[in-house]
Structures are given as structure tokens and as C-alpha cells.
Design a protein around this ligand. Structure first.
Ligand code: HMG
Length: 306
């Protein structure tokens, strides 16, 4: 049964900017968060508390978290790969933290410098400490549909990590197609493995749009009843340890599709286009979102005509 309401977790400020070559200041990130809130975003992944040697773009995590304007009803999440990251994160009062593992051994080593088994050992005290602080934990399962180093990833490999995350108390799992290679039926097979261990409400999808499959993959998930997806304004994004992977599915494109299907998101498409145009101006590239480009062209045509 298709859901009537879908929650979109806006990951633009984190996933969107972590791989950006152009420098983006903390003030510009804070302004992006403000504009996203104005557009109705109620779940925002703001930044990550990772090693600045690994991802220098997120070195200002604490500064950004301290400066964002907190609004009631909005949940702010951050990535935390280990206890050091969690401790720094907790000082900034996130509502949720994200541990990020992978269904592929090779990607786990490249991204967080340890095996899958070691990553789970690292995450266990993170989950425990987050829960002790009253903070929910999401677990990202990267490379669930394919890996830039290993190639094919099977549903069994996805399920293995989901089971390990469940065993250490991770509250929610996100099935992530890091390099955007998944197609709808393969995505359903991967998501179904997560649904064997977590309820619908605690499973989400995270799709990069490298091969133009992300909207179709979201539709395939909706058919399974899934109603939570990560999206990135203007289609920003990419993982520094997955070369060639393009951005996340654009929030504007997903909102356009969902609203067209009569599914509510609580988001205002025009204001999202504004937020996307803002950050695209900062990084000096047009938005990757097709819906945003169409709407901006329509606005420009209307302005010329009047
Ligand atoms: C996990 C580590 C830290 C291991 O990295 P390591 O080098 O094995 O860690 P270490 O414990 O040996 O520490 C090395 C140095 O980093 C420091 N350090 C250690 N931890 C932290 C921390 N939390 N915050 C700040 N500093 C930290 C630590 O203090 C030390 O500093 P030094 O003594 O050399 O000066 C590293 O590999 C790392 O930071 N990786 C992050 C990679 C990353 O952020 N990738 C992108 C996010 S995942 C993603 O995008 C996928 C996702 C979620 O979107 C879903 C999808 O699409 O797949």
C-alpha cells in the first residue's frame, strides 16, 4: 500500500557538501539550513563529526551546529563514525546520530578504515552512549546495491549488516545506493531484507542518481510501503570515497513526483527551489535537479513576459 505521507530527510548540508571542491563557509551552510527550514524541512542532516583529515569539508561541524537556528518540530541529525565523533556531536545537541557502515568489505575499509565486523564493534559503544543521552541512532548501509571497489553486492550481504546493526541496538536502517547503480527490482530485494528485521517506519532509502534510477527506485520503495527517504536539495552530493558517484536524488525532483501522485511531504516546492538556487550560487554550478531547472526557467520566462 502506497503511503499518503512521505518524510524526506534533507541531507544536502551534509552529504551534499562533504565532497564539494568549492569552499563553502560555515555561515553559508547555516544559511542553507535556514532556507531549508523555510521550505518546510523537518528532518535535516546537518553535518558529520568525522576526521577532518579524511573529510576536510566537514571540519566546521561544531561551528555549524552551534550557529543553526533551531526551530521547534525540526529534527537535526549528524554523522558519527566512532566515540570521538559522538562525544563531539553530543556537545552540540543533535536529535539523532547516524553510524555509517557498508554492505561491502572493500568500501568499509576505504570509507572508515576498518572491516565490517570492526565497524560494528566501533558502533556498539556509540549506540549505547547515544541512547544513554536520549538520542536516536540511524544506521546507513552503504553500497547496498553495488560497490565502486568490489562490484556486485548481494541482498545476503545487505541483510548481514542489517542484522549486525539490529544486534547492537541501531534504531533505524537506511538502505543506501552509494553509487546509484541500483534498479527498481534490485532495490526492492535489498529493502525487503531490511524489512525482515525492522518495521516499515524504521527503514529508509538513500539513492544517488548516477544512472538516473533514483526516482524509479523511490517509486519501487513506495510500492513496498516505505515512507522515508534521504534527499538532497539541488541534487548536491557524492561520497569522497566513491569516486564518480554523483549527487543524491534531488529533493525538488522527489517532491515534484510525490505531490504529483497526491502524496504529502509538508514541503514547499518553490521555497526548495530557492534554497537550491542559493546553494548552487555558492558553489557556482546550476542545480542538478531537473524540476528545479524547469521551474527556474519558467520563472525567468514569466519575468521576461511581464
Ligand atoms: C572513521 C575514521 C575517523 C577512522 O580513521 P582512522 O584514521 O582509522 O582513525 P583513528 O582513530 O586512527 O584516528 C586518526 C586521526 O583522526 C582523528 N579522529 C578520529 N575520529 C575522529 C572524529 N570522529 N572526529 C575528528 N577527528 C577524529 C584522531 O584523533 C586521529 O587524529 P591525529 O591523532 O592523527 O591528529 C575516518 O575513516 C573517517 O573520519 N572517515 C569518515 C569518512 C566519511 O565521512 N565518509 C563520508 C560519509 S559516509 C557517506 O557519505 C555514505 C552515506 C552515509 O551518505 C550513505 C551512502 O550514500 O552510502
Amino acid at each position: 500500500m502506497r503511503p499518503k505521507h512521505v518524510t524526506l530527510v534533507e541531507v544536502g548540508p551534509r552529504d551534499g557538501l562533504q565532497n564539494e571542491a568549492a569552499p563553502v563557509t560555515a555561515a553559508e551552510k547555516v544559511e542553507l539550513v535556514r532556507r531549508l527550514q523555510d521550505a518546510g524541512c523537518r528532518e535535516i542532516e546537518v553535518t558529520s563529526f568525522v576526521s577532518p583529515k579524511w573529510v576536510p569539508q566537514m571540519a566546521d561541524a561544531a561551528q555549524v551546529m552551534a550557529a543553526i537556528e533551531r526551530r521547534p518540530g525540526v529534527r537535526y541529525s549528524v554523522l558519527t563514525p566512532n566515540l570521538k565523533g559522538l562525544e563531539a556531536a553530543l556537545a552540540t545537541r543533535p536529535d539523532e546520530v547516524v553510524v555509517f557502515g557498508a554492505a561491502s568489505e572493500a568500501f568499509s575499509r576505504r570509507n572508515i578504515n576498518c572491516s565490517i565486523a570492526e565497524s560494528i564493534e566501533r558502533f556498539a559503544p556509540v549506540v549505547e552512549a547515544a541512547h544513554a543521552a536520549g538520542v536516536k541512532v540511524r544506521g546507513a548501509v552503504s553500497c547496498a546495491l553495488g560497490c565502486p571497489y568490489q562490484g556486485e553486492v548481494t541482498p545476503d550481504e545487505v541483510e548481514r549488516v542489517v542484522v549486525l546493526m539490529k544486534a547492537i541496538g541501531v534504531d533505524h536502517v537506511g538502505i543506501a545506493d552509494t553509487i546509484g547503480v541500483g534498479t527498481p527490482l534490485a532495490v526492492q530485494r535489498a529493502v525487503e531484507r531490511a524489512l525482515k528485521h525492522y518495521p516499515l517506519v524504521e527503514v529508509s532509502g538513500h539513492f544517488h542518481d548516477t544512472y538516473g534510477q533514483a526516482l524509479a527506485n523511490i517509486l519501487a520503495c513506495l510500492e513496498l510501503g516505505l515512507h522515508c527517504f534521504d534527499t538532497s536539495v539541488a541534487g548536491l552530493g557524492g561520497c569522497p570515497y566513491a569516486k564518480g558517484a554523483t549527487g543524491n536524488v534531488a529533493t525538488e525532483d522527489v517532491v515534484y513526483m510525490l505531490h504529483g501522485m497526491g502524496i504529502e511531504t509538508g514541503l514547499n516546492l518553490d521555497a526548495l527551489v530557492d534554497a537550491g538556487a542559493y546553494i548552487s550560487g555558492v558553489i557556482g554550478r546550476p542545480p542538478a535537479s531537473r524540476a528545479a531547472r524547469a521551474l527556474l526557467a519558467r520563472r525567468a520566462a514569466a519575468a521576461t513576459a511581464s
